[in-house]
Design a protein. Structure first.
Length: 414
């Protein structure tokens, strides 16, 4: 058997092997309840602040400029409250700041901490309303993806705020991802478990009279949390068009592409809502090895990975001299909307990082495009190159190979 035949044979069985591997690792390393009763973690009143004492510990808003809503289980046994990777008993509300370096006497990094405190829920909403009122009613809501801890998602939330220079409040929704490579199945399970919590929160946020515009940003598996929630709000909102959920950004979305085409895009991007300025921007990359693996595990392509499931379509593209990349199709309308509801930005040529799964925070070109989209720009943004599809754009690498991507993305290099 030739080397080429061996490779072809291995590729044929790759989805099966990957599936068995993930199943085996899930069985070998199940989620551990831990040596402490979960009820003991939340027994202290610090977990449920009263209206008279709305914020725990340090109340300095300057140290905790960001808002957080979480379904993670908190550990309130000490004054320094931590958010664990277990499921919590209810949604909790708080404030946090960017992660800070701890250094020892020799000046070397010795761990990191996050300025964080839980808040009384009613006080939290009151403070959010005042902050949004001072910022024209705009808010950015970020939902993280797979393999995240509260530390890593807080780091990314803070980077998004810096990168986009967003002037309104930034809210992080933190669900109980395990933060471990071999816990994908657990993360997927916890994400589905949290759907009701998130949709209730998004509904309440969208229905506030002072909420004028919600910019929804999700990464990876987080897209599977926000898309059905938007559909739920659309169906149940007193605002028939839910037009304040206007700008939806899906970075490397781990979503079934065909499901998005058939159901999600049709509902969320109805002609009426698109004409009211609802739009979705998808960042996708053919170099995203995390989504390539998800393709194999689930059997069908992900929205954020432009692999052609249909080999005949790939062959047709090749025959036309086009890249063999397949993207989600636009919704079909009886009467097309006046505006464009779906934009796909292909970051393959500018992909950065070991797995190419976070280009919007690691690649200078993708970072600049992402910041522009958050701030309301659309269409022919500088740096985008048109393709044979009117709604798909590519990003080209800079002429200067010495671009400092960390600096351009305002990433903490500490």
């Amino acid at each position: 058997m030739t080397a080429g035949e061996l490779i072809e044979k291995a590729d044929r069985f790759k989805p099966f092997i990957v599936g068995l591997f993930l199943l085996a690792t899930a069985c070998i390393s199940p989620v551990d309840y831990g040596p402490i009763r979960h009820a003991d973690y939340i027994a202290n009143d610090r977990c449920d602040p009263s209206a008279e004492n709305p914020l725990n510990a340090d109340t300095s808003v300057s140290q905790k400029p960001f808002f957080v809503v979480t379904s993670r289980l908190p550990d309130c046994r000490t004054e320094v409250i931590k958010l664990l990777n277990h499921r919590g008993d209810k949604l909790r509300f708080g404030r946090f700041g960017a992660p800070q370096d701890n250094r020892n006497a020799k000046g070397k990094r010795d761990g990191r901490t996050i300025p964080f405190s839980l808040s009384n829920e009613s006080q939290w909403w009151s403070h959010l309303s005042k902050t949004m009122g001072n910022r024209d009613g705009r808010v950015l809501l970020y939902v993280h993806g797979y393999r995240e801890t509260f530390f890593t998602s807080s780091r990314d939330s803070a980077q998004i705020a810096r990168l986009t220079e967003f002037t309104g409040p930034v809210i992080q929704y933190s669900w109980p991802s395990q933060g471990q490579l071999l816990k994908y199945a657990v993360d997927e399970t916890n994400m589905y478990w949290d759907e009701r919590n998130f949709r209730k929160f998004l509904t309440k946020l969208a229905q506030q009279s002072w909420t004028k515009e919600i910019i929804l940003v999700s990464h990876s598996l987080g897209a599977r949390l926000i898309l059905p929630a938007v559909e739920f709000v659309d169906r149940n909102s007193s605002n028939a068009d839910s037009s304040n959920i206007s700008n939806i950004i899906l970075a490397s979305p781990d979503v079934d592409r065909q499901d998005f085409e058939r159901d999600i895009a049709e509902e969320i991007l109805s002609a009426r809502r698109v004409n009211n300025d609802r739009r979705i921007t998808v960042y996708a990359s053919a170099k995203d090895s995390a989504l390539s693996l998800s393709d194999d595990v689930h059997g069908y392509p992900r929205l954020g990975h432009p692999r052609c499931f249909d080999p005949y379509k790939a062959a047709d593209l090749k025959a036309k001299g086009l890249p063999e990349r397949c993207y989600a199709a636009k919704s079909e309308y009886d009467i097309p909307p006046e505006k464009s509801g779906l934009t796909i930005v292909d970051t393959t040529a500018v992909s950065k990082g070991r797995v190419g799964h976070s280009d919007y925070l690691k690649s200078a070109a993708a970072c600049q495009d992402f910041a522009a989209v958050v701030n309301g720009m659309r269409g022919a943004i500088d740096g985008r190159k048109p393709t044979h599809l009117s709604y798909v754009f590519t990003l080209a690498p800079a002429d200067n190979d010495e671009v400092d991507h960390l600096t351009m993305c305002q990433r903490d290099r500490g």
